[in-house]
Write a protein that binds this ligand. Structure first.
Ligand SMILES: [Zn+2]
Length: 264
């Protein structure tokens, strides 16, 4: 079922499944090491549990979750996923979750999940707030977080002239450099254009790059890239896939027209 929002890439050591990635709707990307069948989920937007169940995913293979940031379309599936691991899988092994330092939307979901299920004596979620430039290893994955030109959370978003601004360092979302054996995957599902992206993409076997804005969109997005900007970065990698594409423009206008009508 490949389409603009769902894709699979297979390297020699890694399988990258873009379970779904659509701007303002949901992004969830599953990275699996072929030798050990261990998987890491990057972001957990709405429908992430459904996407994993549809693929008959073995939940025991999930070694951790990395979040790029806490905007709702990247994290709103977390509560459902954790509840499923509790109620259906009766998971015992602790689950590490890595996020940028300010991620209110994720922390609130973790708080609610702990409150509801703490008496079950099952797994714990170990939440690590990591710093830009930090490298961690998990199972057979080694990953480094880098700051994206994008807010870490709604609480770090600020709007000026109708455009969301890139917050100062320390309040930004992440992109991840992921190493699986000899293979390198750059995962950048939400970021504005940034010269550093070219360096991160250099030598990657695969780069997943956000392309929220269609190329004909003349407005320069501070926190999103156009398709042509994303492709120019992607050319530095051996292969690239555009993710986080915008809602189809006809439909988007219908939604905003409806909103204008409702507010009349
Ligand atoms: Zn975002």
């Amino acid at each position: 079922m490949e389409n603009d929002y769902t894709r699979i890439w297979e390297g020699t050591e890694t399988v990258v499944s873009i379970l779904h990635s659509q701007a303002a709707v949901a992004t969830q990307i599953l990275i699996t090491g072929k030798k050990h069948s261990a998987s890491i989920l990057v972001d957990a937007g709405d429908g992430c549990l459904r996407d994993l169940v549809d693929r008959e995913f073995i939940f025991d293979n999930l070694k951790g979750i990395l979040f790029t940031h806490a905007h709702y379309d990247h994290c709103s599936g977390l509560f459902g996923l954790l509840s499923f691991l509790t109620v259906v899988c009766k998971k015992k092994k602790d689950l590490p979750i890595y996020t940028p330092s300010v991620c209110v939307e994720i922390e609130r979901q973790l708080h609610l999940w702990r409150e509801l299920y703490e008496n079950r004596d099952l797994f714990k979620v170990n939440h690590y707030r990591i710093n830009p430039g930090e490298t961690k290893s998990l199972s057979n994955f080694i990953f480094t977080a880098h700051e994206a030109a994008h807010p870490a959370s709604e609480t770090t978003s600020s709007v000026s002239d109708g455009i969301v601004q890139v917050p100062p360092s320390g309040e930004r979302g992440f992109l991840y450099d992921m190493q699986v054996g000899h293979e390198k995957v750059l995962i950048c599902p939400d970021s504005g254009m940034d010269e550093k992206l070219f360096l991160h993409a250099e030598g990657a076997d695969l780069a997943l790059l956000e392309a929220t804005l269609p190329s004909e969109n003349k407005r320069v997005g501070h926190i999103h890239m156009t398709e042509s900007e994303a492709r120019s970065v992607g050319e530095r990698a051996s292969s690239h896939i555009l993710v986080h594409r915008g809602i189809k423009s006809g439909y988007f206008h219908k939604l905003t027209d409806e909103n204008n009508k409702n507010n009349d």
